[in-house]
Each structure stands twice: as structure tokens, then as C-alpha cells.
Design a binder for this molecule. Structure first.
Ligand SMILES: [Zn+2]
Length: 332
């Protein structure tokens, strides 16, 4: 049925780079081939995905011209799908764990602000059942979808639309874009995840050359246990946050030390009480500048509030030095 109303504007845009830089087949450089856009309906609103697509230009490479899409795209939605995996996971949970009917699930999604019609809910339920039916024991299918590339880069994602309920674990192949295995688990302990990874590994006829995840500890341990030696790349967002942690700690420490050096603003202000001459006004201005520098916090990890404080205090000190030099007095 054609869409009869204009599609609403996306609530947010997410840039998804393609992190793989070397051709998985010939190891040569991958070039940015094109960008693509798609809009996905998620539980958190309409998300516009901006996708960077890379390809190999080596004329001798069997993968020449084959497009590699961003590794994280499949976390949002299945290929060609309008609704996000989180919506599908929710539909499946409401149906199978809470035994709700399609009209009830529809009502619940509408209540959560998901623009969806009842017929789409029934379709999503079919997709959920299909997804869960993908089994690693169907080795023929797994071998068929991974044969062309001759290797796989796995991506593992856990979708938990509602805290405290089961997690839909999806293991994809980044190179073919196919879901290899999906399972709904109540626990997400590393042993369960390692079991899933081992199932996939045992069913494949081609090597696993890499794995991409958000890097949560249970996944890391599961990967180390089930796929020893396979390079594990963290999703860049999580990776950055992780890498920034020691920097953040050092910055916080620096800020504490800096703050110790600029105590005693209040006594200076007290001494000025009752004075309104230009000098008193100037000193008050400096006090205010130091005070506001102390409370101007950056948002970690991208803004280092210690460095920011250092910058602002340096500016105040430089200005005071200039005043002192003009007066010809010694700075203190
Ligand atoms: Zn190549």
C-alpha cells in the first residue's frame, strides 16, 4: 500500500563510518566509494543513518568494486528494513514472553510513540520468528552466504529494549550483511555468548578474520574464549570512550591540583567591601573571572575540564601580569 502521509522528519542523524580500511580479500586500501542514507524507525524515534560505503579498487582483487557497508549498520536494522531491530526485538518479546496479541502489541508500540500500523506489527512478528529460526545447524545456508567473500567479519550485538528482560543476541557477517545467528537469551553471561560464537564458528567453512562489538566485558571475554587470536575491534564510539578514560582521570587530577592554587577569593572580595573605586571594580572583575573558571565544567570525555580551567587561569594570570608591568610593580 502506498504511503498516504508524508514521512515525518528524523529525530536524529547518525553518521556511520566504515571502519574497515583494508580490503578483506587482498589487504589493499579500501576507498570511499559512495555515501548512502536510510531512515529507520526505532524505539527512540526516527533515525537518519548516513552511511559511508567503501570498496576495493585493486584490478586484480576478486572483491574489486564490492561494497562494504558500515559495520554498525546492521545493529540498527536488517537490510532493506524500515523498522529497527529494537522494534523487532520488542515485538518478539511482547508476543512470546508476554503472550500479547497483535492488536495489543500495536497499541503498546503506539503508546511508546512508534509510528506503525497493525499490519506492520504482524510483519515484524514474522521477521522476528524468521530471525530466531536462523540456526547455526543450517550449515548449508551459512556456507552459502559466506562463500563469496571466503571469510567473515563477525559483528555481535545484544538488543535489550526493556531492561530486565531477555536480550536478543544477533551475530552478523559484516561482509555479506547477513544475520548468521540470532537468539533470545535471558542471561548475557560470557559462557552463553561464547557458546553462540562457537556454534557459528563450527558451522562456517571459511575463517573468521575479525569481530566487531561494543566491547562490553562479557563479549570481550566470550570472544577471547571462543575465538582466540581473532582481532576484536570495538565500535568506535565505545572505543573512544574507553580510550579517553585515563585521560579523563589525569585531567580530573590536574583540575583538583589547580583548584588548590586559587583558593582565597572570598577574603579578597571581603576586603573590597564598601569600595567602588576603579581599582576595586577591576579586582572584583578578576575575582569573578576566577570564580567562573572554577565552575565551568566541560563534558567528559571530549572536553577536558582541567585543561579548560588551566587555559582560563592562565588568561587571568597573563592579564594580571600585564597590569603589574604597566604599573611597574613586581607581580605576586
Ligand atoms: Zn581487494
Amino acid at each position: 500500500m502506498p504511503r498516504r502521509s508524508a514521512r515525518p522528519q528524523p529525530d536524529r542523524t547518525v553518521d556511520l563510518p566504515c571502519h574497515t580500511r583494508a580490503c578483506p580479500t587482498c589487504a589493499g586500501p579500501l576507498w570511499s566509494a559512495t555515501t548512502a542514507k536510510r531512515t529507520v524507525v526505532t524505539l527512540e524515534g526516527l533515525v537518519r543513518l548516513q552511511l559511508q560505503i567503501r570498496s576495493c579498487r585493486n584490478p586484480d582483487c576478486p572483491r574489486r568494486g564490492a561494497c562494504l557497508r558500515p559495520e554498525q549498520e546492521g545493529r540498527f536494522a536488517l537490510p532493506q528494513h524500515e523498522f529497527g531491530l529494537d522494534v523487532i526485538a520488542t515485538v518478539g518479546r511482547l508476543r512470546h514472553a508476554e503472550h500479547r496479541s497483535v492488536p495489543e502489541i500495536h497499541a503498546e508500540l503506539v503508546r511508546r510513540g512508534v509510528p506503525i500500523c497493525a499490519r506492520s506489527v504482524a510483519n515484524l512478528l514474522d521477521r522476528y520468528d524468521e530471525l530466531l529460526a536462523l540456526s547455526a545447524s543450517d550449515t548449508e545456508r551459512l556456507r552459502r552466504v559466506t562463500a563469496a567473500a571466503g571469510r567473515v567479519i563477525l559483528a555481535i550485538d545484544g538488543l535489550q529494549p526493556d531492561v530486565g528482560h531477555e536480550v536478543l543476541w544477533v551475530i552478523r557477517d559484516v561482509l555479506s550483511g547477513e544475520v548468521l545467528l540470532a537468539r533470545s537469551l535471558l542471561s548475557s553471561c560470557q559462557d552463553d555468548l561464547a557458546k553462540l560464537l562457537r556454534e557459528v564458528k563450527a558451522a562456517l567453512a571459511v575463517p573468521i578474520v575479525g569481530i566487531v562489538s561494543d566491547g562490553q566485558m562479557s563479549i570481550r571475554n566470550a570472544v577471547a574464549a571462543a575465538l582466540p587470536g581473532v582481532p576484536h575491534q570495538l565500535c568506535h564510539f565505545h572505543y573512544l570512550r574507553e580510550a579517553a578514560l585515563p585521560v579523563y582521570e589525569a585531567d580530573r587530577h590536574a583540575k583538583v591540583q589547580l583548584k588548590k592554587k586559587v583558593r582565597g577569593i572570598r577574603p579578597i572580595e571581603r576586603k573590597l567591601e564598601g569600595r567602588d573605586d576603579p581599582e576595586a571594580e577591576a579586582v572584583r572583575g578578576y575575582c569573578a573571572a576566577v570564580r567562573s573558571a572554577l565552575t565551568d565544567d566541560g563534558r567528559p570525555p571530549l572536553e577536558a575540564s582541567g585543561l579548560k580551567l588551566a587555559d582560563r587561569l592562565t588568561a587571568v594570570a597573563t592579564s594580571l601580569d600585564r597590569v603589574a608591568a604597566k604599573r611597574g610593580s613586581r607581580t605576586n
